[in-house]
Ligand binder design. Structure first.
Ligand code: NAD
Ligand code: UGA
Length: 477
C-alpha cells in the first residue's frame, strides 16, 4: 500500500454503476485513491471531460465528480497498471442476458466478469480483495475465485459480493444515503477480515447498522430478489390497471388505499406503460433461469409471470392507442413525449417507449419523439440490440421515427400524443397551445398518469389514461 493513501481502490467498468459509485466513495473518503478503469476509451474520455460533459446524465453527479476528480478520483484505460497498484478491485462491468447458446434469452452472461478476473490474475503482484459489484447469478463468486486461484504466483485473492441498489435518476442520493449496504463474504477468517476492510470503507459515511454482512450466496441472491420484488410490485399494480379500465375503478385511488396499509407500503405502486431499464427484466430472467437450473419449475414460472405481465402492459398500451384512433394510425403523426425508461436519466435500455414506437411504426404511423436527455444514436443502438431494427436494416425506419427538438414541435400537426416518461416538464406544458396545433380529434394517451386529465378534457382533448376509466364509457363514476 502506498504511504500517501490509506487505501487504493480500482473499479473495472466506468458505466452507470462504476462511475457514480466510485465518485461517491472518492467524495466521502478523501484518503482513499479511487481509479475507475474501462476498456472503452471514449467512455473514459467523457468521464475526464474538461467541461464535465459526463457519459451519463444523473442529477448531482457532475458536482460530485468535480469535487474529487484529479484529487483522489481518476478515470483511466491503463487497466494493468491500475489493477497492479490496487488493494481492493471492484468488478462493475455489464452482465447482459445471454443472446446465444445455453440459456440464451434468460441466463446472465458473466463473460465480462470472468475476463476481469483473468486480467486481475495475470497482472497482480500483490494480494487483493475482489468485489463483485455487478449483478450476477448466485454462485458466480465460485467461478471468479477459481479463475483467480489459477494464478501461479502464490497470491491471495478474497472475493466479496457487494451488490449495488442505486436507481438511475437518484443515484447520487441513493449512494450518499442508501437504505443498506450489503457485503457478502466467505465465513473463513480471511473472508471475514476482507469483509471488514470493505465495511470500514462504507463506514466513512454510512451508519454501521445499515451495513449488512452475510455469506456470499445470500448477498448475490438478495440482489436478484430485491429487483424481482420491486418489478413484481409494478407488474401487480399494472395488472390491476387493466381491471380498473374495465370496471370504473381508478388505479391511483387503489394504489393510495392499498399503499396506506403499513404492511404493504406506498412505494413502487405507480401504474405505468410498463417497467424498463437495463436490470429488472435481465435480473428476473436470471432468477427464472437459476430456478430452472435447480429444477424449481414452479418458482421459475411464478417469477416469469412478472415479465409476461410487463410485456402485456406495453402491448396493451400501443393496441389501445390504435384502437381508440379508429383502428388505424397509418400515415398519422403521433408524438411520443419521453423516451428514457424513467425520468432524470438518458438511459433507453429496455425502455417501454421503444416498444410502443416499434408497434406504431409497424402500424404505419409517423412518430415524432421528444425527450430532454435521450440521444438519437442511443435510440437506434438500443432498438438494434433489442428489436433487431435499425435504419440500415429496416426500410423506412429513419424517416418514420423523427426526433423533435421540443414537445411543441413534436405535437404540432399530430393526431395523438403519448406521455411515456414522467419528466416533470411535461406537466407544465401549454396544452391549450398544443391542442390548437394538433389535428382533430386530438388524442392524449397518458402512460404515466402525470397530466391533469379533467383540464385536458375541458380543452377538448380525448384523453386515455393507464388505469383510469374513460368517463365517456361510464355514467356512474
Ligand atoms: P454499463 O454498461 O453502463 O457499464 C459497464 C462498463 O463496463 C462499460 O463501460 C464497459 O465498457 C465496461 N467493461 C466491460 N468489460 C470490461 C472489462 N473487461 N474491463 C473494463 N471495463 C469493462 O453497465 P451498468 O449499468 O453500470 O451495470 C453494471 C452492473 O451493475 C450490471 O451487472 C448491472 O446489472 C448492475 N447494476 C446496474 C444498475 C444500474 O442502475 N444501471 C444498478 C445496480 C446494479
Ligand atoms: C432498479 C432498482 O430500483 C434499483 O434498486 C436497482 O439497483 C436497479 O434497478 C438495478 O439493479 O439496475 P432502476 O431500474 O434504475 O433501478 O429504476 P427504478 O426506479 O427501479 O424503475 C424501474 C422501472 O420501473 C422504470 O421504468 C420505472 O418507470 C418503472 N416503475 C417504477 C413503475 O412503472 N412504477 C413504479 O411505481 C416504480
Amino acid at each position: 500500500m502506498s504511504t500517501e493513501w490509506d487505501l487504493q481502490i480500482c473499479c473495472m467498468g466506468a458505466g452507470y454503476v462504476g462511475g457514480p459509485t466510485m465518485a461517491v466513495i472518492a467524495k466521502m473518503c478523501p484518503k482513499i485513491r479511487v481509479c475507475v478503469i474501462d476498456l472503452n476509451q471514449a467512455q473514459v474520455d467523457a468521464w475526464n471531460s474538461p467541461t464535465f460533459d459526463l457519459p451519463i446524465y444523473e442529477p448531482g453527479l457532475p458536482e460530485v465528480v468535480k469535487e474529487s476528480r484529479g484529487r483522489n478520483l481518476f478515470f483511466s484505460t491503463s487497466i494493468n497498471e491500475e489493477i497492479a497498484r490496487a488493494d481492493i478491485i471492484f468488478i462493475s462491468v455489464n452482465t447482459p442476458t445471454k443472446t446465444q447458446g445455453i440459456g440464451a434469452g434468460r441466463a446472465a452472461n458473466i463473460k465480462n466478469c470472468e475476463l476481469c478476473a483473468r486480467t486481475i490474475a495475470e497482472v497482480s503482484t500483490t494480494n487483493k480483495i475482489i468485489v463483485e459489484k455487478s449483478t450476477v447469478p448466485v454462485r458466480t463468486a465460485t467461478a471468479i475465485r477459481r479463475v483467480l486461484q489459477c494464478n501461479d504466483k502464490g497470491l491471495q485473492f478474497d472475493v466479496l459480493s457487494n451488490p449495488e441498489f442505486l436507481a438511475e435518476g437518484t443515484a447520487v442520493k441513493d449512494l450518499l444515503k442508501p437504505d443498506r449496504v450489503l457485503i457478502g463474504g466467505s465465513q473463513s477468517p480471511e473472508g471475514l477480515a476482507a469483509a471488514e476492510k470493505l465495511v470500514k470503507v462504507y463506514a466513512n459515511w454510512i451508519p454501521r447498522e445499515q451495513i449488512l454482512t452475510t455469506n456470499l450466496w445470500s448477498s448475490e441472491c438478495a440482489k436478484l430478489v430485491a429487483n424481482a420484488f420491486l418489478a413484481q410490485r409494478v407488474s401487480s399494480i399494472n395488472s390491476i390497471s387493466a381491471l380498473c379500465e374495465a370496471t370504473g375503478a381508478d388505479v391511483c385511488e387503489i394504489s393510495r388505499a392499498v399503499g396506506m396499509d403499513a404492511r404493504i407500503g406506498s412505494r413502487f405502486l405507480q401504474s405505468s406503460v410498463g417497467f424498463g431499464g437495463s436490470c429488472f427484466q435481465k435480473d428476473i430472467l436470471n432468477l427464472v433461469y437459476l430456478c430452472e437450473t435447480y429444477g424449481l419449475d414452479e418458482c421459475a414460472q411464478y417469477w416469469n409471470q412478472v415479465i409476461l405481465m410487463n410485456n402485456y402492459q406495453k402491448k396493451r398500451f400501443s393496441e389501445k392507442m390504435v384502437s381508440k384512433m379508429f383502428n388505424t394510425v397509418t400515415g398519422k403523426k403521433v408524438a411520443i413525449l419521453g423516451y428514457a425508461f424513467k425520468k432524470d436519466t438518458g438511459d433507453v435500455r429496455e425502455t417501454p417507449s421503444m416498444f410502443v414506437a416499434r408497434d406504431l411504426f409497424e402500424e404505419g404511423a409517423k412518430i415524432h419523439v421528444y425527450d430532454p436527455q435521450v440521444k438519437r444514436e442511443d435510440m437506434w443502438q438500443e432498438m438494434e440490440y433489442t428489436c433487431n431494427m435499425s435504419p440500415a436494416k429496416t426500410p423506412g425506419l429513419d424517416e418514420a421515427i423523427v426526433t423533435a427538438p421540443d414537445a411543441y414541435s413534436a405535437c404540432s400537426g399530430a393526431h395523438a400524443l403519448a406521455t411515456l416518461t414522467e419528466w416533470d416538464e411535461f406537466k407544465t406544458l401549454d396544452f391549450e397551445k398544443i391542442y390548437k396545433s394538433m389535428a382533430k380529434p386530438a388524442f392524449i394517451f397518458d402512460g404515466r398518469n402525470i397530466l391533469d386529465h379533467d383540464k385536458l378534457r375541458k380543452i377538448g382533448f380525448e384523453v386515455h389514461v393507464i388505469g383510469k376509466p374513460d368517463p365517456a364509457a361510464f355514467t356512474d363514476l
